[in-house]
Design a binder for this molecule. Structure first.
Ligand code: TXA
Ligand code: MG
Length: 320
């Protein structure tokens, strides 16, 4: 049952004020960021955070990313080591999330952190999100704006396909430029841990941090939301396919013939920006043509290709 008549807001002064008013009233609003659309709620409000989980249909209370307008705003919530400060100064605003110890005076709803002593925090670069954060005046918790386990949303059409009637509004600023979620790092005493590949490629980070730590030693901080089956279309997903099976929906990369392409020129930045959009399209295409499989060409494992392959591996994982 639809609980809301979901409003589509234009990101002008009126639309941003309307979104801010809804957020101050503890409603949830889908918002543009440079990575993917987020499902935003006031991070200091228990009701707002509960509504985020309800709208997404999340099976459990995974912790949420907190969005703030500036490094100064982040200082009020979390404790920065020198390494954390260097990363923030180098890459904020932008597609980087840092997992940092909470300050005792953080003021966030416990639903945001799922009871952990750390918080995932980022300063997004998108000008509409920046304007909204300035107007709301409180940090915004925002997971990706898709039903739990489904493909992330990089346009208003994707948001509405999954969440229409379940959220108060969507602030429509067109397609996201990066197209995959932020890279998540945890700067620890013994080095910087990579918790999720994302829109900031490893090659850009390592000159600053040295080699990133990617092992998953128990007891170390992990990204608890990283379920293995995720980003899943309805059809079965086959990776590293040769694209010769014409019964499948074929997603190409580079020049080989295909039904849809991530990037005809083999450009990884373009492929990341197209990724979730193409997965949505392939899903619709498979339903329309009665195809049970989506075949995807190999993607090189460098730069943004690592984040793309991470998302595709989850889309192809056996469903739990
Ligand atoms: O680009 C993005 O990061 C987007 C946009 C909207 O900002 N947001 C996003 O949020 O991808 P979400 O909820 O889909 O992913 C949040 C990830 C999860 O894997 C979660 O487990 C991890 O962040 N996370 C949150 N708090 C954490 C913490 N304290 N320690 C470790 N991982 C944490
Ligand atoms: Mg997500």
């Amino acid at each position: 049952m639809a609980l809301h008549q979901t409003e589509t807001l234009i990101p002008d002064e009126n639309g941003i004020s309307r979104a801010a008013a809804l957020l101050r009233d503890a409603q949830v609003v889908a918002v543009p960021t440079e990575t993917v659309y987020g499902l935003a709620g006031d991070a200091t409000s228990d009701i707002a955070c509960a509504r985020i989980f309800e709208a997404k249909g999340r099976p459990r209370f995974n912790p949420l990313i907190v969005h703030v307008p500036s490094l100064d705003a982040a200082f009020e919530i979390s404790v920065f080591s020198d390494a954390a400060r260097d990363l923030a100064q180098a890459f904020w605003p932008g597609p980087l999330t840092l997992v940092l110890p909470l300050k005792p005076s953080h003021g966030l709803s416990p639903l945001v952190t799922a009871g952990l002593e750390t918080v995932a925090i980022r300063v997004p670069a998108h000008p509409v999100m920046q304007a909204l954060l300035a107007e709301v005046g409180t940090p915004l918790a925002a997971p990706s704006a898709n039903p739990s386990g489904r493909i992330s949303a990089t346009s208003t059409a994707h948001v509405l396909a999954g969440l229409n009637g379940k959220i108060a509004a969507v602030l429509d600023a067109g397609p996201c430029t990066v197209g995959v979620e932020s890279t998540i790092l945890a700067p620890d005493a013994d080095g910087t841990r990579l918790l999720r590949e994302g829109g900031l490629p490893r090659e850009a980070i390592e000159p600053l941090t040295g080699p990133l730590i990617t092992d998953t030693t128990p007891g170390r901080v992990q990204a608890p939301g990283q379920l293995s089956s995720h980003y899943a279309p309805a059809a079965r997903v086959i990776l590293n396919a040769d694209l010769t099976d014409s019964n499948a929906v074929r997603i190409g990369f580079g020049t080989a013939p295909a039904d849809l392409t991530l990037s005809a020129s083999g450009d990884l930045v373009e492929a990341a920006a197209n990724l979730f959009h193409i997965l949505h399209e392939a899903d619709v295409f498979a339903t329309d043509h009665g195809a049970s499989e989506i075949h995807i060409a190999p993607i090189p494992g460098k730069g943004l290709g690592r984040a793309i392959n991470d998302r595709l591996t989850r889309a192809a994982a056996p469903r739990g």
